[in-house]
Design a protein around this ligand. Structure first.
Ligand SMILES: [Zn+2]
Length: 330
């Protein structure tokens, strides 16, 4: 037994994939998708999953391509029973038949769908007395809501006094639903770690949600494509108002300034982590400037990204973040 709860945030470009290893060594994979593009070299996220023999649970948070489109290449070569159980957010028709068929074969048809506005207590599926998993939301808004993002499966993990929320691509409607559900026990939502939904785009997250969760450290997937530049610096600065983001070891994260239309690399000790840690410019870079305790370098012209895989570990000594270069050098 490792006596730790471990989260590997896979580097998926714009997309998501998180591998969770519980103290009893059972594993859960939440999402596996990526929108590859010309500007960023394609991360081979499947490499990180090579050694897996089986998964206790596969979770697809919602039916957006960037959360499931690597499922077939990952599961295709696997045998029946490789997954014990699959939890699918949204409706079956939100996904291509090929994805559902593949999961059916590998899980021996053990697929679970959620009811409307689902929010339940602890799931004891891991038979582990100390590591807890809570379902905060699934299929929020029910049949009348057409937004796949709003229906995202939202999970809270807890171990040895540390908590992490994984929130798919939630919208403010989902966030409101969760905050209201726990209004009599608001401290329950307080989590020192948060994987921010919707890749840090301008639509996420709401101030109400950040006030409720009070994360000290946040993780975001980053994307430098023309259409989806995220996370935006304004979203990250919005978090300053809540004054909750704490200190971390020095590292770099990236964000897109929607005012100047330029990317920034920020060398920082704030608890903000993006899956792209470094950008390279095709033009000369502007000299760095310092704002607060951050050194900011503005990037001009075309950019190339250098990905990183972060691992978060909860154990009896607390929580630690490990960094591994994922692609493109570092
Ligand atoms: Zn997404």
């Amino acid at each position: 037994m490792a006596n730790e709860l471990r989260f590997d945030f896979l580097d998926c470009g714009k997309g998501d994939g998180t591998l969770i290893t519980f103290p009893n060594e059972k594993r859960m994979l939440v999402d596996l998708g990526s929108r590859e593009n010309k500007e960023v070299s394609a991360p081979d996220i499947l490499d990180h999953l090579n050694d897996l023999n089986n998964l206790e649970v596969l979770v697809l948070t919602h039916g957006d391509e960037d959360h499931y489109n690597k499922i077939n290449s990952f599961l295709g070569p696997k045998t029946k029973g490789f997954i014990n159980e699959a939890w699918i957010g949204g409706r079956e028709k939100d996904y291509p038949d090929s994805v559902i068929d593949c999961i059916k074969v590998v899980s021996k048809d053990n697929i679970k769908y959620f009811g409307d506005n689902c929010s339940s207590g602890t799931k004891e599926i891991f038979n582990d007395n100390e590591a807890k998993l809570y379902l905060l939301s699934a299929n929020c808004g029910g049949k009348s809501n057409k937004s796949k993002n709003t229906k995202s499966v939202v999970l809270l993990f807890e171990y040895k006094g540390n908590k992490l929320i994984l929130d798919g691509d939630t919208t403010q409607e989902t966030e409101k639903h969760i905050v209201k559900h726990y209004e009599l026990n608001p401290s329950f939502l307080k989590s020192n770690f948060l994987r921010i939904g919707h890749h840090g785009s301008l639509h996420s997250p709401s101030k109400e949600w950040i006030r409720a969760v009070q994360p000290q450290c946040i993780f975001l997937s980053a994307d430098i494509r023309q259409a989806y530049k995220s996370p935006t610096c304004s979203v990250l600065e919005g978090l300053n108002e809540s004054n909750c983001i704490g200190e971390a070891d020095e590292h770099s994260y990236v964000c897109y300034d929607d005012q100047t239309k330029k990317w920034q690399i920020r060398k920082s000790t704030r608890g903000i982590f993006t899956t792209i840690a470094r950008l390279e410019s095709e033009q000369e870079q502007k000299p760095s400037e310092s704002v607060g305790n951050e050194e900011i370098t503005e990037i001009s012209g075309g950019v190339k990204g250098h990905g990183v895989l972060y691992t978060l570990v909860f154990n009896q000594d607390g929580a630690k973040i490990e960094k591994k270069c994922s692609y493109g050098g570092d």
